[in-house]
Design a protein around this ligand. Structure first.
Ligand SMILES: Nc1ncnc2c1ncn2[C@@H]1O[C@H](COP(=O)(O)OP(=O)(O)O)[C@@H](O)[C@H]1O
Ligand SMILES: [Mg+2]
Length: 220
C-alpha cells in the first residue's frame, strides 16, 4: 500500500513543526511502521538534528531526507518514496507564500497544524486554514487537525482557544503537548524523547505516543 503522507505545517516559525515532525516519526517507527521523515524546510532543522548524535546506536532510528531544495516539485520527489514506506512525515517550511506547503498538501492525507496558545499563532492559522481548504478542492481526502503545543499546565486559555479553533473549521487533537525542557535536550543529543529515560522525557514520550495514536486512528 502507498504511504500515508502527513504534513506538519504552520505559517509561523517556532511553533514546534520540526519537533512534532521528528517525534511523530519516532512514535510511528516504534509501532513498527516503515517511517520516512522529510525535511522540506531550508532551515534544515531535521537534517542537523538527525546528524547530531554521537553514534548510530543512539541516533534517530529511521531515515530523514532533505528535500528542501525541491521547491514546487517536492510532491514528485516525495512520491518516489511512496511505495517503500507506510508513513511519510513532512516538516514543511513556515512561509505559505512559498509553494512548498501548498504542493505537499496536495499529496497529503493529513495536515497537522501545531499551534501554541498565543494569539499570534491563531492569526497565522487563519491563512493556513485557507491554504488547506484550497488544497482540499483538489485533494478531497485531505483532513486537517490542530495540535496544541507548548502548553503551560496552569493556563486556562485552552478551553477558549479550543472553541476559537473549532470555528476555524478543523478539530483540535485531544492530546496536548506541554512545554518540556527535554525536547531541546533531545534535539541537541540527536535523539527523541522516546529514547531518553528521565521523568520529563517519559511523560513527554507518553504524550507523543498518544498523539501518534490519535493520528493513526484517523486512517482506520
Ligand atoms: N513542547 C515543547 N516544549 C519545549 N520546547 C519546545 C516544545 N516544542 C518545541 N520546542 C522548542 O521550541 C523551539 C522551536 O521548535 P521547532 O520545532 O524548531 O519549531 P518550528 O519548526 O515550528 O520552527 C525549539 O528550540 C524546540 O526545541
Ligand atoms: Mg522547523
Amino acid at each position: 500500500m502507498a504511504a500515508e503522507i502527513i504534513a506538519i505545517t504552520q505559517q509561523k516559525g517556532g511553533v514546534g513543526k520540526s519537533t512534532i515532525a521528528m517525534h511523530l516519526g519516532a512514535a510511528f517507527h516504534e509501532k513498527n511502521k516503515r517511517v520516512l521523515v522529510v525535511d522540506a524546510d531550508g532551515q534544515n532543522t531535521l537534517i542537523h538534528w538527525s546528524s547530531a548524535a554521537s553514534d548510530d546506536e543512539h541516533g534517530i532510528p529511521f531515515p530523514v531526507v532533505n528535500l528542501s531544495e525541491a521547491g514546487s516539485q517536492i510532491h514528485r520527489e516525495i512520491k518516489k518514496f511512496i511505495n517503500d514506506y507506510d508513513i511519510i512525515v513532512v516538516d514543511c517550511p513556515p512561509s505559505i507564500t512559498e509553494k512548498v506547503s501548498g504542493v505537499v498538501l496536495l499529496a497529503a492525507s493529513v495536515a497537522v497544524i501545531p499551534i501554541s496558545s498565543s494569539p499570534a499563532d491563531y492569526w497565522s492559522s487563519v491563512g493556513l486554514v485557507k491554504l488547506v481548504q484550497q488544497a482540499q478542492v483538489m485533494n478531497e481526502d485531505l483532513r486537517a487537525v490542530f495540535l496544541l503545543n507548548k502548553t503551560e499546565e496552569k493556563r486556562m486559555l485552552t478551553r477558549e482557544l479550543k472553541s476559537v479553533l473549532e470555528e476555524l473549521g478543523f478539530p483540535l487533537l485531544k492530546t496536548q503537548i506541554p512545554t518540556r525542557e527535554c525536547y531541546k535536550q533531545a534535539m541537541a543529543l540527536g535523539q527523541t524523547v522516546l529514547q531518553m529515560s528521565d521523568r520529563g522525557s517519559r511523560l513527554a514520550a507518553a504524550e507523543i505516543r498518544a498523539c501518534a495514536d490519535e493520528i493513526l486512528g484517523m486512517f482506520s
